[in-house]
Ligand binder design. Structure first.
Ligand code: SF4
Length: 99
């Protein structure tokens, strides 16, 4: 899928499917500003003001400077449960369901 450069790439959000998370913490190592392990041992995304978002399927915007770290997290995630999608049409651009 073609990813437009510039402003469009800022319009991405990420969510984690905790049902598949193995709790290894790779994502939190790569992008601790976005991902964190909770005391249940599973990874969750964080809001822009550092709040852990624990609702099922909760998304958080991907800050452009962290895009590479977030994409690497999705690629390396052993549970294949990190989903990065466009905000505009919710199409997955990185992750197990990306075209
Ligand atoms: S990398 Fe994937 S499996 Fe590992 S803690 Fe993060 S979300 Fe869970």
């Amino acid at each position: 899928m073609q990813q437009a450069a510039g402003a469009d790439s800022a319009e991405l959000e990420v969510w984690i499917d905790q049902d598949l998370c193995t709790g290894d913490g790779i994502c939190a190592q790569y992008a601790p500003e976005v991902f964190e392990l909770d005391i249940d041992g599973l990874a969750y995304v964080k809001s822009a003001d550092d709040e852990l978002l624990q609702d099922k399927g909760a998304t958080t915007p991907v800050p452009l400077p962290l895009l590479t770290d977030v994409i690497d997290s999705a690629k390396e995630c052993p549970g294949e449960c990190i989903h990065v999608r466009r905000v505009s049409d919710r199409a997955e651009v990185y992750g197990p369901d990306a075209e």
